[in-house]
Ligand binder design. Structure first.
Ligand code: AMP
Ligand code: GLY
Length: 421
């Protein structure tokens, strides 16, 4: 079989490495992929948002199945376009990907179908938003409606900060069109849990839960990033909570999307907060999380391609989705300065053992040398019988990934360990 994976980060590398365990797969193409995954996939320099380029490539290369991993091609309709030329895909069509593409859509969906989430107001006019902020409870959360590279969420601790955030989005177009509509919502508290779930539009099979570490600095200080490390499972996500989420959130969401004529197939990501009033949805993503995927897929015991095809064919009910009863930890190694400005082009070296456990996100091959080309450069994952061991193994291996200015948080998993105690 020939498989095409759209995307080029650590998440895509983790998907590709897992897919490769299936011996029926002959070739995996990554569009665009990155230099660090060149040993695992044939990387082709076509951007993930170049839908014409992707469709032409797929037609010319006898692609049997495509996996569309990132949010932007999904929201742009990459799956629709590939389906039109007869190529089955993993991922939702554009009319379902809107669950991530528009926060106003997802908030209204949750309200209409009684799915627990923070209370909110939606604004398309600056003066109305500013008027509302005069009396809104503080802290408050300001969100750009559209995709904003994970940066469109501002937790405003003061009224002034909230006014600044709304003005930046609506009047100064800080996030372009994404911020012309804003959602202002209730500030929730509690542990956060990421649950990725396979769904074929009928049944939903959650994957092992995980915990992201979003801030750049130790002890959750510093700026928000795309994620500096993850652990799975998430110790806060007990069986009782999982059952409650299935009943009050997962199944109602799948049913709601069907009722709206927007059947969702693929991986639906539930960003949850376990509040004192029960689990609530912070956000939906229409895709695998990054770096959640780098701890979730290493624990998957079932064949990934079989499960993905079951979501496409509507046969998930009769397909096994099994996870190992073990622990995984992923430590991101980033460029010094990330998430603000950083230098690129430093040579990356890693031991053979580290390489076997490492997913490459921000790197390119140049004259046979692997060079840094992004903020988050690699994610190194270890799996073990205890969380403590997984953390210690992941750090040992991650330290064998070397480049000038390499930066890691030193406390990935510590909050999780404390929660077990
Ligand atoms: P997002 O970029 O949508 O993943 O949001 C970034 C982070 O903002 C989340 O991981 C939460 O920590 C935080 N967040 C989003 N919405 C809320 C909320 N209503 N209350 C408290 N924190 C929130
Ligand atoms: N790690 C959060 C996300 O993928 O959106």
């Amino acid at each position: 079989m020939n498989i095409l994976v759209v995307g080029g980060g650590g998440r895509e590398h983790a998907i590709i490495k897992k897919l490769k365990e299936n011996s029926a797969i002959k070739t995996i193409y990554a569009l665009p992929g990155n230099g660090g995954m060149a040993k695992d996939a044939t990387c082709v320099d076509i951007a993930a948002t170049d839908l014409d380029g992707i469709v032409n490539f797929a037609k010319e290369n006898a692609i049997d199945y495509a996996v569309v991993a990132p949010d932007d091609p999904l929201v742009l309709g990459c799956v629709d376009r590939l389906n039109e030329v007869g190529i089955p895909c993993f991922g939702p069509k554009a009319n379902a990907a809107i669950i991530e593409g528009s926060k106003a859509f997802s908030k209204d969906l949750m309200k209409k179908y009684n799915i627990p989430t923070a209370s909110y107001e939606i604004f398309t006019e600056l003066d109305k938003a500013l008027e509302y902020l005069k009396t809104a409870p503080i802290p408050t959360v300001v969100k750009a409606d559209g995709l904003a590279l994970g940066k469109g969420v501002i937790i405003a601790q003061t009224r002034e900060e909230a006014v600044e955030a709304v003005t930046d989005m609506m009047a100064n177009a800080k996030f372009g069109k994404s911020g012309s509509t804003v959602v202002i919502e209730e500030f929730l508290t509690g542990p956060e849990v990421s649950v990725l779930a396979f769904t074929d539009g009928n049944v939903v099979k959650p994957m092992v839960s995980s915990m992201d570490h979003k801030r750049a600095g130790d002890n959750d200080t510093g700026l928000n990033t795309g994620g500096m490390g993850t652990i799975a499972p998430n110790p806060y996500y007990t069986e009782d909570i999982a059952n409650e989420c299935m009943e009050t959130i997962f199944i109602p969401t799948i049913n709601a999307m069907n009722a709206e004529g927007r059947t969702f197939k693929g991986c639906l990501y539930f960003g949850l907060m376990l509040t004192p009033n029960g689990p609530k949805v912070i956000e939906y993503n229409c895709r695998f999380g990054d770096p959640e995927t780098q701890v979730v897929l290493p624990l998957l015991e079932s064949d990934l391609l079989t499960v993905m095809q079951a979501t496409t064919n509507g046969t998930l009910a009769t397909t096994d989705v099994k996870f190992a009863d073990r622990h995984a930890c992923c430590v991101i190694t980033a460029s010094a300065g990330y998430p603000e400005s950083y230098k690129k082009g430093f040579e990356i070296t890693m031991s053979a053992e580290a390489e076997a456990h490492t997913y490459v996100a921000g790197a390119k091959l140049q004259d046979g040398q692997l060079l840094t080309s992004g903020g988050r450069v690699t994610g190194t994952t270890a799996v073990a019988d205890s969380l403590e061991q997984a953390i210690s193994d992941a750090y040992k291996l991650a330290k064998e990934v070397c480049f000038e200015g390499a930066y890691r948080r030193s406390d990935i998993g510590q909050r999780g360990l404390a929660a077990y105690k």
